[in-house]
Design a protein around this ligand. Structure first.
Ligand SMILES: CCCCCCCCCCCC(=O)SCCNC(=O)CCNC(=O)[C@H](O)C(C)(C)COP(=O)(O)OP(=O)(O)OC[C@H]1O[C@@H](n2cnc3c(N)ncnc32)[C@H](O)[C@@H]1OP(=O)(O)O
Length: 220
C-alpha cells in the first residue's frame, strides 16, 4: 500500500478502490456462515452469562475451561484479518459491532431500529453480565448503547459521523432483568455537525439516562 501515497490522484484512487474491494471481500462472509455465527454468538453470550453466575466447584470449572480452550483452537484454524463487515439484512449495520452486532458475543442483546427522518429506537433486556452497582446496569454499558443508538439516528438522518462529544446524565439507576426502551432523535444539523438526543426508560416509563451527542462527518 505504500503506492497509495502517490501524488497522482487518479492512480491513488484506483489503488484505494482495489484495496477497498480486497478488504471488503476478505471481510464479507457467506450467508450460511453469517447464520451459523449468529447462532454461535448467541450461545457464547449464554456461556458468558453462565460463567458469571455459576457456582459449580473449581474442578468442574477447570474441566469446562479446557473444553472452551479446545473450541477456541478449532475456530482459530482459519482466521480473517479483521472482524466481518457488511450486512445480511440490507441496513448496512456492522455485523461485528461490539454494541449491537449479531455476530459479536460481547455485544449486549440490543437490536437498534433506524427511524426515517433521523431517529432510532431499541427495546432490550440486559442480564447480570452487565451489572455495575448491585442490581443495576453499569453506566459504561448504558453509555455504549446510547452512543450507538445516537449514531444510528444520525445516520438515519442522512448525516452520519464520528462521535465528537457524548454528554450523559444519569437520572436514576437503570435496572437489569427488565425490558428497557431507548429512543434517539436528531435535534439539529449545522454543516458537518449533527446533534442528537436520546434516553433510556425503565418499564415504568421513567427516564434513567439521558444523552446528547455531537457527530462530525470527518473532513476527509
Ligand atoms: C445503518 C447504519 C448505521 C451505522 C451507525 C453507526 C453508529 C456508530 C456510532 C458510534 C460511533 C463511534 O463510536 S465513533 C468513535 C469515537 N469517536 C472518535 O474516535 C472520533 C475521533 N475524532 C475524530 O476522528 C475527529 O476529531 C473528528 C472526525 C470528530 C473531527 O475531525 P475533522 O473532520 O478533522 O474535524 P475538524 O475540521 O477539526 O472540525 C470540524 C468542526 O467540528 C468541531 N469539532 C471537531 N471535533 C470536536 C470535538 N471533539 N468536540 C467539539 N467540537 C469538535 C470543530 O471545532 C469544527 O467546528 P467549526 O469550527 O466548524 O465550528
Amino acid at each position: 500500500m505504500s503506492e497509495a501515497g502517490t501524488a497522482d490522484p487518479t492512480r491513488r484512487n484506483r489503488i484505494h478502490e482495489v484495496w477497498d474491494r480486497r478488504i471488503l471481500a476478505e471481510r464479507t462472509l457467506a450467508d450460511d456462515q453469517v447464520a451459523a455465527l449468529a447462532d454461535l454468538a448467541g450461545r457464547v453470550r449464554a456461556l458468558t452469562d453462565a460463567v458469571v453466575h455459576t457456582r459449580v466447584p473449581a474442578d468442574e470449572i477447570a474441566a469446562v475451561s479446557a473444553e472452551v480452550a479446545a473450541l477456541t483452537d478449532r475456530l482459530s484454524a482459519v482466521r480473517g484479518e479483521a472482524p466481518p463487515i457488511g450486512s445480511h439484512d440490507g441496513t448496512g449495520r456492522a455485523l461485528a459491532s461490539p454494541v449491537s452486532g449479531p455476530l459479536n458475543p460481547i455485544a449486549p442483546p440490543v437490536d437498534i431500529e433506524p427511524l426515517p427522518g433521523g431517529g432510532a429506537r431499541a427495546a432490550f433486556t440486559l442480564g447480570g453480565v452487565y451489572e455495575g452497582p448491585p442490581t443495576f446496569v453499569h453506566g459504561g454499558v448504558s453509555a455504549m448503547i446510547l452512543d450507538q443508538l445516537l449514531g444510528v439516528a444520525a445516520a438515519a438522518n442522512g448525516t452520519p459521523g464520528m462521535t465528537a462529544t457524548l454528554d450523559l446524565r444519569y437520572r436514576r439507576p437503570t435496572p437489569y432483568g427488565v425490558r428497557l426502551t431507548a429512543e434517539a432523535r436528531v435535534a439539529r444539523v449545522e454543516g458537518r455537525k449533527t446533534w442528537v438526543d436520546a434516553s433510556i426508560a425503565a418499564p415504568d416509563g421513567r427516564t434513567t439516562v439521558e444523552a446528547t451527542a455531537m457527530f462530525v462527518m470527518p473532513a476527509r
